[in-house]
Design a protein around this ligand. Sequence first.
Ligand SMILES: *Cc1c(COP(=O)(O)O)cnc(C)c1O
Length: 343
Amino acid sequence: MTLTLHLDTGAWREHLRHVADTTPGLVPVAKGNGYGFGLGRLTAEVVALGADTVAVGIVQEVAVVRRAGFAGDVVVLTPWTPADGTEVLADPRVIVTVSRLADLRTLAAGHPDTRVLLEVLTSMRRHGLPTSELAQAVAIVTGSRLRVEGWTIHLPMVVSGRLAEARALASAALQQLQVPLWMSHLSADEYATLAGEVPVPLRLRVGTALWLGAPQTRRVTARVLDVHRVERGERVGYWQRRLPRSGYLVVVSGGTANGVAMEAPTAAVTPRQRMLAAASGSMEALGLALSPYRIDGKKRFFVEPPHMQSSLVFLPEDAGVAIGDEIPVEVRLTTVTVDRIDG
Ligand SMILES: *Cc1c(COP(=O)(O)O)cnc(C)c1O
């Protein structure tokens, strides 16, 4: 009873190698659900790539990549605050991000040997020191033993104006202290351009474009667990909904435990579409949601919200689907946890 990620490992690794070879200073990002591959698997790939540094999202993930065999430098992307505790600071190969003067002072006073990246606030308005505070930050670190590994600049995905913003913030930061720049979300071209303009080494943190590039190297399938002929008006499922049409009920692997429910797009959007759907007696008219499961080339409707590890979808015609078949599922790997990786 599994949701399977089929991976052409050879082709995927070729892509990873290509990104690594064409991105000097690459820092692979391994966080969260491991971009669908799991953090253990990503760590093994980082080791195979020979990367000297990996970036994780939160302090709890440091132990995960350590257990998975990564011995190099680990950058924690979410800025450190006292609530994160000090245990992680004991690892001399951990570099924490700091985005507030108060947190920087706390580290300088209590954990002076910490390696830090100073985060500059960008148009993301997420975390970071505004440019007006950069000089104070530098004053704190120069009066302490803190080791500044660089400035970090996390840009939005929106392309327009991004390189200009990167330049402006980099220049403001480098005026205060000449240390490496750790960038996020620059394209390969923007990164190369900036690298040619600044007098310090550049590093680029990449997650999605690295792990989830080359989409042709993978596909996700679900197994058909059961198939039942059902009649119009019959009640089915946990919620005993009446079926609008006769057809087949197909039980497929994958459910809320795998994050499949989050993949369900909503049904018909405009009132007119809804009316047309109602007139044709279709599934949308009942407010059913389209599922990510594809049978006989078409995405099929959920009969009801998915359950922990399986889902019910409706098939109006006999498409020859049989128990044990593997059917394609269109999922975003950042929101899905597969049961098995084949490859
Ligand atoms: C998650 C994260 C990244 C990686 O993002 P992708 O879009 O997956 O490449 C880079 N930088 C920071 C600061 C992040 O939090």
